[in-house]
Design a protein around this ligand. Structure first.
Ligand code: ADP
Ligand code: MG
Length: 563
């Protein structure tokens, strides 16, 4: 076939395919336009997951009557005029192709009025062609209605997912914009029912109540103020006690643009390292603010990705803010009042002392600086597994195994790499006979084991000689410890190379920590609590489980009917 320039309507459909992938992409572009127009209030409506109808109504600046046609032509925008403007984009839109793309694949009606005009304007396009235009009364602002998306591109229409899937995509998107713009009032209506609404009072935590529910939202920790050089980071993150099975609840905004970034997600999750059970993910709403010149937002037609000029600075900024917030503020899980205690079972629940929480101001941080433990006095041991201790704020029940794991973890981590310091020679070397699998695990981890302070020597066949152990573990039974560690390492999935050391340390801590079922003397319990007090993160074990639960003085009094 000879080369030909495509007819404009074909070119338009191809281009539209890049911007408009599904109903949620239409919602995204219309919402961005409304926000760029300075709207204070947005109504978003969808019918049948947006396939039949999408309507976005705003109270923004409106489009002047003589520009409405232009708004629908490709590469026409009011948001930039020179190539140099691309270097400092402050609006959400700038490519001037959204309305043209949407119009190419649907039936669009736009009604708009600027504050200077008496009468508004209505324009209707079908498949990109203007089919109607007239003056029409309208409050200031713009309403765009998109009907029968992909009606003229049957292949696209066929590949749309079910209405409920599309509905979920739309909800996720609107929720994100409401988080980025808490000062704007959002109302989302699906098939005639309000499913999400914000007040526009400018409070991110309040938006999170609407998105995640009161119980979760009030526990979220506000990120420490501040940033790294030119990048400021703010937002809300979940404490280690709240987590989810997927990364769907990590939201990042860069200069108020919702972005997808594996790099930022990784930075955030790194900061939670050892605080969450494996395979679980935090909830986070993180905003980065930086000069627009340090950013390239023109990476992708949907503008979902951004390039940072200095991406490692962005990585560090997120990781440090999140880490320091977690260290200062993560609360000790509390004991739920009444029912659980009455039924004789203490149950760890989220948040310290939930009683009375309803009255707490939602915007205030519930937990002050909670780094470190209060001084604790050991009272005794229960069930050969838990230490009961008393502190100024009530009673603590400490899981002896989890607490010791945390102590060992931090000691090993801090000594790592200092190979002379880390190991303590055994009085007499111990020979251990390994299975074939244990031996191959040993070979795989040989370097990391040595780095941690294990001195091991082949002794012919399947036997190895243990000559030294990491200092923090010198009390352990060397053979039992080594076998336990090798077996544990073998049962898990193969780690990525960078994760090997971290995996080994947590496994060694698990193997070396005192177990449930072990009777401890008062002296031993005191020593363990003392060591736990020295750790950076005393409240969770390295696998993210709590080391302790807390029953406050107030709760005790309430339970006994003293208040
Ligand atoms: P872009 O947002 O990239 O400029 P669009 O195709 O989305 O491109 O919109 C084209 C133009 O139409 C915008 O630059 C803006 O001037 C105008 N416009 C679109 N939607 C609205 C709205 N809701 N309120 C005011 N002006 C709008
Ligand atoms: Mg736009």
């Amino acid at each position: 076939m000879p080369i030909r320039v495509l007819p404009p309507e074909v070119a338009a459909k191809i281009a539209a395919g890049e911007v408009v992938e599904r109903p949620a992409s239409v919602v995204k572009e219309l919402v961005e336009n409304a926000l760029d127009a300075g709207a204070q209030s947005l109504h978003i409506e969808a019918a049948e997951g947006g396939r039949r109808l999408i309507r976005v109504l705003d109270d923004g600046c409106g489009v002047p009557s003589d520009e409405v046609e232009l708004a629908f032509s490709r590469y026409s925008t009011s948001k930039l005029s020179r190539a140099a403007d691309l270097e400092r984009i402050r609006t959400l839109g700038f490519r001037g192709e959204a309305l043209a793309s949407i119009a190419a694949v649907s039936q669009v009606t736009l009604i708009t009025r600027t504050p200077d005009e008496e009468l508004g304007t209505l324009i209707r396009l079908e498949g990109g062609e203007v089919v109607r235009r007239e003056g029409k009364g309208h409050p200031q602002g713009t309403a765009v209605t998109v009907e029968n998306l992909f009606y003229n591109t049957p292949a696209r229409r066929k590949f749309l997912r079910t209405a409920s899937t599309e509905r979920r995509h739309i909800s996720a998107l609107v929720t994100r914009y409401a988080m980025a713009y808490p000062e704007v009032r959002f109302t989302l209506i699906h098939d005639g029912r309000i499913t999400f609404q914000t007040s526009g009072r400018g409070d991110l935590r309040e938006v999170c109540i609407n998105a995640y529910g009161l119980d979760v939202a009030r526990e979220l920790l506000a990120l420490e103020e501040g940033g790294e050089g030119p990048i400021t980071v703010s937002g809300l993150i979940s404490p280690p006690s709240i987590h989810r099975a997927t990364r769907d609840h990590l939201s990042f905004f860069v200069n108020r643009r919702w972005v997808q970034s594996r790099m930022l997600a990784y930075a955030l999750e790194e900061a939670y390292h050892t605080l969450l059970p494996s395979g679980r993910h935090p909830i986070a709403v993180v905003e980065l603010t930086l000069a627009s010149t340090l950013l390239d937002v023109n990476v992708h037609p949907t503008k979902r990705e951004v390039h940072f000029r200095d991406s490692s600075a962005a990585f560090r900024a997120v990781q440090r803010r999140v880490r320091s917030t977690l260290m200062k503020k993560s609360p000790i899980p509390g004991v739920k009042p009444s029912q659980q205690v009455e039924s004789g079972r203490w149950k760890a629940v989220r948040g310290a002392d939930l009683g009375g929480a309803q009255q707490l101001p939602l915007t205030a941080e519930r937990s002050e600086d909670r780094r470190g433990l209060p001084p604790l006095r050991v009272i005794g041991q229960v069930g050969e597994a838990y230490i009961i201790a008393e502190g100024p704020e009530g009673v603590y029940l400490i899981d002896q195994h989890a607490a010791h794991e945390r102590v060992l973890y931090e000691q090993l981590r801090d000594q790592q790499g200092d190979s002379d310091l880390v190991k303590q020679g055994l009085l007499s070397a111990q020979a251990v006979e390994l299975t074939g699998e244990q031996k191959s695990t040993l070979e795989e981890y040989a370097e990391q084991l040595a780095g941690l302070g294990f001195e091991l020597e082949p002794f012919g066949g399947q036997t190895v000689l243990i000559r030294a152990l990491p200092v923090p573990l010198h009390d352990s039974n060397p053979a039992r410890l080594l076998i336990r560690v090798l077996d544990d390492l073998a049962t898990e999935l193969k780690p990525l190379s960078g994760e090997k050391e971290a995996r080994l340390i947590t496994t060694v801590c698990k193997g070396g920590a005192i177990k449930a079922g072990q009777t401890l003397s008062t002296e031993e319990m005191r020593e363990l609590i003392h060591q736990l007090e020295q750790t950076e993160m005393p409240r969770t074990c390295p696998h993210g489980r709590p080391t302790m639960i807390h029953l406050s003085q107030t709760q005790l009094e309430r339970e006994f009917g003293r208040r």
